[in-house]
Design a protein around this ligand. Structure first.
Ligand SMILES: Cc1cc2nc3c(=O)[nH]c(=O)nc-3n(C[C@H](O)[C@H](O)[C@H](O)COP(=O)(O)OP(=O)(O)OC[C@H]3O[C@@H](n4cnc5c(N)ncnc54)[C@H](O)[C@@H]3O)c2cc1C
Length: 291
């Protein structure tokens, strides 16, 4: 690994200043579980590495009446251990507990997972169906964008020169709302998804009709994909196998996978259908209070 300067800012201002002065040779480090691997492999060669773990805004984890603020540098471990996240956002637990093993989860963050922008990133589909907004800060001020617009290609994001991801704003679930994440990997543990899927659903108090549903899929396109065409198919429809299968069909048609060492186009399309169906059924179960 090439030598680099290590910086540890303790405020957002200090961090943005360091990033501006470091220019294109500077790189942020949250948990480092992607960055350090890339540096070791020579795929990234920053001259300045700026650690974000001591900046308050990036480590915030708070709730108000309507929203959770989740700092970009909060670790998967903290997410999984937080009782309010366990209660309100089980879909985040579904994916955060799958990232590597315990050591990785003690370092890895949801912000790093998003900014790394891998098509197979496991937390992004769940963030999308939960309607997470990414709070971004840069030299020209702050802006907020829906997570589904954040990744623009493999390893590419909408972040412009010296912008950073500060946090996510995630609306608290409504009554009778549930969400679920699932992935398929070739072995039982510690692998990259061949396909993944998340779904969220709001159902009527009768427990029989869908009010609103969202689906996102991963590892089957250059970026994690929000499948907006599923929404009109689900809204106002009964909770029935044929309705859920129809939504899964649309997700399969939206998938644009490639064949690589992990899986083929056909396998990934088939998996997308199966995983979306299971994610929707899992979300319905949670919306009914059964899980
Ligand atoms: C053994 C192992 C197993 C893994 N398993 C999985 C898995 O199952 N599923 C999965 O999805 N991933 C997995 N990963 C990949 C990785 O752990 C995750 O992507 C993790 O969430 C990255 O978070 P991090 O905090 O470590 O990011 P870092 O490595 O610190 O950062 C990742 C990238 O984002 C940039 N960045 C970080 N924070 C910000 C910010 N606030 N603003 C702008 N840019 C920022 C960094 O500069 C870097 O380019 C695994 C990695 C390893 C080593």
């Amino acid at each position: 690994m090439r030598n680099f300067d290590y910086k540890l800012p303790t405020s957002l201002n200090e961090l943005t200043d360091m990033l501006s002065h470091g220019g294109h040779t500077a790189r942020l480090l949250a948990g480092g579980t992607d960055l350090v691997v890339a540096m070791r492999g020579g795929r990234m060669t920053p001259e300045v590495v700026i650690d974000t773990k001591h900046v308050e805004e990036l480590n915030e984890l708070s709730f108000n009446d309507h929203t959770m603020i989740l700092g970009a540098s909060v670790t998967c471990r903290k997410v999984c251990r937080n009782p309010q996240i366990v209660k309100h956002f089980p879909a985040l637990i579904d994916c955060a507990t799958l990232i590597g093993g315990t050591q990785i989860q003690n370092r890895a963050t949801l912000g790093g997972n998003l900014c790394n922008a891998a098509p197979s990133a496991d937390t992004i589909p769940a963030l999308i169906v939960l309607k997470a907004q990414a709070n971004i800060c840069g030299p020209h001020g702050s802006r907020q964008v829906p997570v589904e617009t954040f990744c623009t290609g493999p390893g590419q994001t909408i972040l412009e020169g010296n912008e950073i991801l500060v946090s996510f704003s995630i609306p608290l679930p409504r009554e009778h709302e549930g969400a679920f994440f699932i992935r398929f990997i070739p072995r039982n543990d510690m692998d990259i998804a061949i396909a993944n899927a998340a779904a969220s659903i709001v159902i009527a108090s009768s427990g029989e009709t869908i009010i609103e549903g969202r689906v996102a899929i991963g590892a089957v396109a250059p970026t994690p994909l929000y499948v907006s065409d599923v929404e009109p198919v689900l809204s106002g429809r009964p909770i029935a196998d044929d309705v859920i299968a129809q939504a899964a069909d649309i997700a399969r048609q939206s998938a644009r996978p490639i064949t690589d060492m992990r899986g083929t186009v056909d396998q990934r399309k088939h998996l997308t259908h199966v995983l979306v169906r299971r994610a929707l059924n899992g979300a319905v179960n949670r919306a009914r209070g059964n899980d």
